[in-house]
Design a protein around this ligand. Structure first.
Ligand code: SF4
Ligand code: SF4
Length: 788
């Protein structure tokens, strides 16, 4: 053991009064809880007791463990202490619903003579109600946090034990006020809308992120105390400060975003007792996200709200009318088709320097960024506007294929291979850097779609072949909208079933999705044929829980159950691992490592290095990790399902994390380099003889440092992906295991794997990244001069 660690584990401060207070509080609570548990074991479950005792233990760790003496030497330890006091202990204490157990646990004379009159005081209750209103608790919490993080006051707290005590007291008090409206411990009766909690938690996370970023990215030591403190284990004060910022940032964000997510899911599903979205003042006697008495109280959710109560995009005034217009999709497709033709022409005939060429910037910077943001905001918008199926539509006016797609290929295995090949070839042949190859890929796409769909009926190319389609189908499981029926009862009485069979003039779903049994967006191209053809106007684009389709294993039309689809699970794994490999392929340490590999094995071609990298990332590593994860999960959770079923279900839960990484990566390029399209378009237009756009502004194509907020957005995207994955793991685990203990046990290996993946994603995003598709500064200046 290192001397530092040894000193740390031996440094237990003597805090008898604190330990005695905590033990006394626990004893009083346990006494009251036991009496309540005997009367109503479901409401006063073991889980409440564990929460309250967990909160007390967090206080003990913060103030009476080695964290306390080391806090004045290491800022990161001080930060852990503050996190325990402000983000762990208070919500846990409130989750124990402490009022009634504490009252009942007190000796009767104290309860009736001292405490009961105090609690009956109207003035006191009014004050408490005011202080715990979100509009009051939020500024108090944020004010106290920022006040004590100002360098002058932070150093003051470190210079005197008394001030340090006051600082911790204020932190704990402000945090108790802050978390009270979030948890709403029984028997609280809030008189404000639960929707207020969404901006409440989101803004709390934003301010936490700003403060954390200040610590993380500051180039000087902010707190003079730590600049002068003896340095332990060779950690420089500035590195210690950055680590403290990351601790505040990542676990801090999880503390705010996890309840935000749970509350949002509950509200969006219309399950709030207050009537979600209702502006009237309400009375609630149970905490919102924690009121269920299901197997896992936090996770159990009542069934889906009736479709008629859900948001329907087709019912919005302007967008709804546009989407319902029969020619809207062809209009979109022809517009994107014109852009595709421009990319092909410029790629084949234009300059072969990527930032100067439409084929170098439009597909790799703009299309990918818009595609992923579209999936995040709405759904599979690219397939809706896909130009590759246009030639097929024209050809089918003259020729109707009748052959069916071969039975042996009616799965995703071919797509898995093609997606892996696409990811590998992107890196192996530097597609982003070759307008010529990019143009040929677009041409090959048009040709392949035409060929496949001229031979086989339906949308075989989209469903079984297209790698872009598979990417969209998988990622759209996270989208907030889905094409689905508005009222299931209408379908029950519908005799004609045009949504799948089609009508005399319009096709039914060519992807083979029968609306009443369709669930989620997988395999849905958002073509809206079903919307057009349904004679009862019963198909809409409705709000759905992002990721909800992942943890449900219901029988889906055209797909079956996730547990019986190892091919879909393999596709999910390739796309998740591909997200990490694709981002890692651009960062300095990986590029350096590839160079070192080439130097070590002299004569090893770059293609072999890239192939080895992708073979490891997409095949070897997942194959090595998935089996042990599945076996351990089955064993710990005592799950009777087969290995294949368990692996298939849990593999799908990693999709949100993969989505977060794709979102972080693609949006980074798009947000940092969106204006590269300007000079490339000006140049293309000028080559065509159109000069009114002016000379190319090459300065827009040059490589600039990305704005600070983009990295924050990336970390937020990946953090949200991790949270959704952890939630999905627990939901899937809950469907397999038969007791809360087994649910947790089965989930642990997958949660650990997700957290490790997330940490590697954070590391990747924090590395210097190659700005592909942009010019170095000097080239931009030369090109600008040449164009004048
Ligand atoms: S045609 Fe319309 S009403 Fe009939 S089954 Fe399909 S979606 Fe339901
Ligand atoms: S017709 Fe099929 S693919 Fe098209 S939107 Fe409807 S369900 Fe999706």
């Amino acid at each position: 053991m290192s001397p530092t660690l040894d000193a740390f584990v031996r440094s237990w401060p003597s805090e008898p009064w604190l330990v005695a207070s905590l033990l006394l509080s626990a004893a009083i609570y346990v006494r009251g809880w036991r009496s309540l548990h005997r009367r109503d074991p479901e409401r006063w479950s073991l889980w409440r007791l564990a929460s309250f005792c967990g909160g007390l233990f967090a206080i003990f760790l913060a103030l009476a463990s080695p964290l306390e003496p080391f806090a004045s030497l290491w800022l990161q330890i001080h930060m852990v202490q503050h996190l325990l006091l402000m983000m762990v202990a208070p919500p846990l204490l409130w989750l124990g619903w402490p009022l009634l157990p504490t009252m009942l646990g007190l000796p009767k004379p104290i309860r009736s003579v001292w405490v009961a009159p105090l609690l009956r005081s109207r003035r006191l209750r009014n004050w408490f109600t005011r202080l715990t209103h979100p509009l009051v608790a939020w500024p108090i919490y944020v004010g106290v946090t920022w006040f004590w993080h100002a360098p002058r006051f932070y150093d003051l707290a470190l210079s005197s034990t008394r001030w340090h005590f006051i600082e911790h007291l204020l932190f704990a008090a402000a945090a108790l006020l802050f978390w009270y409206p979030v948890v709403r411990p029984y028997p609280s009766r809030p008189n404000w809308s639960p929707w207020l909690l969404l901006p409440y938690l989101l803004l709390a996370d934003v301010q936490n992120t700003v403060l954390a970023a200040w610590l993380t990215f500051s180039s000087r030591v902010i707190y003079p105390h730590y600049a002068n403190a003896p340095r332990i284990a060779g950690v420089a004060a500035i590195d210690d400060q950055a680590a403290a910022g990351v601790i505040m940032w990542v676990p801090g964000s999880i503390a705010f975003l996890l309840p935000l997510f749970l509350i949002a899911v509950r509200l969006l599903r219309g399950q709030s007792r207050t009537g979600a979205g209702s502006p009237r003042r309400t009375t609630v006697s149970h905490p919102l996200p924690f009121e269920s008495t299901g197997l896992l109280p936090i996770l159990s959710q009542p069934s889906r709200a009736p479709s008629s109560h859900r948001f329907d995009l087709l019912h919005t005034p302007l967008i709804g009318a546009l989407l319902r217009w029969r020619y809207f999709r062809p209009l979109l497709q022809y517009t994107v088709g014109v852009l595709a033709v421009a990319v092909i022409l410029d790629g084949l005939l234009g300059p072969q320097l990527s930032p100067l060429n439409l084929a170098g910037v439009l597909p790799w910077i703009h299309w990918r960024g818009v595609l992923i943001l579209g999936l995040l905001i709405a759904g599979n918008l690219f397939c809706m506007a896909c130009p590759f199926t246009l030639p097929r539509g024209i050809a089918r006016r003259f020729w109707q294929p009748t052959r069916s797609w071969p039975r042996v290929l009616r799965n995703k295995w071919l797509a898995v291979v093609l997606v892996a090949l696409f990811l590998w070839s992107y890196e192996a042949f530097a597609l982003w850097d070759s307008p010529w190859l990019t143009a040929w890929i677009a041409l090959a796409y048009f040709g392949a779609a035409l060929l496949v769909d001229s031979i086989f009926a339906g949308a075989s190319f989209c469903k079984y072949v297209c790698p872009i389609g598979q990417f969209n189908f998988m990622q759209s499981l996270i989208s907030p909208l889905e094409v689905t029926v508005r009222d299931a009862n209408v379908c029950t009485s519908c005799k004609t079933k045009e949504c799948i069979r089609g009508s005399a003039t319009l096709p039914g779903c060519e992807m083979g999705l029968y609306q009443p049994r369709k669930a989620g967006n997988f395999d849905c191209t958002f073509c809206l044929d079903c919307v057009q053809v349904c004679p009862h106007e019963n198909v809409g684009i409705l709000a759905t829980t992002p990721g909800g389709a992942i943890w449900s294993d219901r029988l889906r039309s055209g797909i079956g159950r996730w547990s019986a689809r190892p091919d879909v699970a393999a596709l999910a794994i390739v796309l998740v691992c591909g997200a990490f490999a694709n981002a890692a392929g651009m960062i300095a340490p990986v590029l350096l490592w590839q160079d070192q590999l080439r130097e070590r094995f002299v004569g090893m071609p770059p293609l072999a290095v890239t192939t080895a990298f992708y073979a490891c990332a997409l095949i070897a590593l997942p194959a090595l990790v998935l089996l042990p994860l599945t076996v351990v999960s089955r064993h710990w959770g005592i799950i009777s399902a087969t290995n294949s079923q368990v692996a298939a279900r849990f593999a799908m839960t990693l999709v949100p994390l993969g989505f977060g990484v794709w979102l972080a990566h693609y949006s980074f390029h798009f947000l940092a380099s969106w204006d590269t399209i300007i000079p490339a378009t000006q140049r293309f237009a000028s080559d065509l003889g159109v000069d009114w756009l002016g000379p190319p502004a090459w300065i827009c194509a040059c490589c600039r440092p990305a704005a600070d907020w983009i990295i924050r957005f990336e970390l937020l995207a990946m953090g949200a992906g991790l949270l959704l994955t952890l939630y999905a793991v627990l939901r899937v685990s809950e469907s397999f295991a038969t007791s809360p203990r087994r649910v947790i046990a089965a989930a642990v290996p997958w949660c650990a794997a997700a957290i490790i993946l997330y940490a590697s994603g954070v590391w990747i995003m924090l590395q210097p990244m190659e700005m592909r598709g942009t010019l170095p500064d000097e080239s931009a200046a030369i090109a600008q001069q040449a164009s004048r």
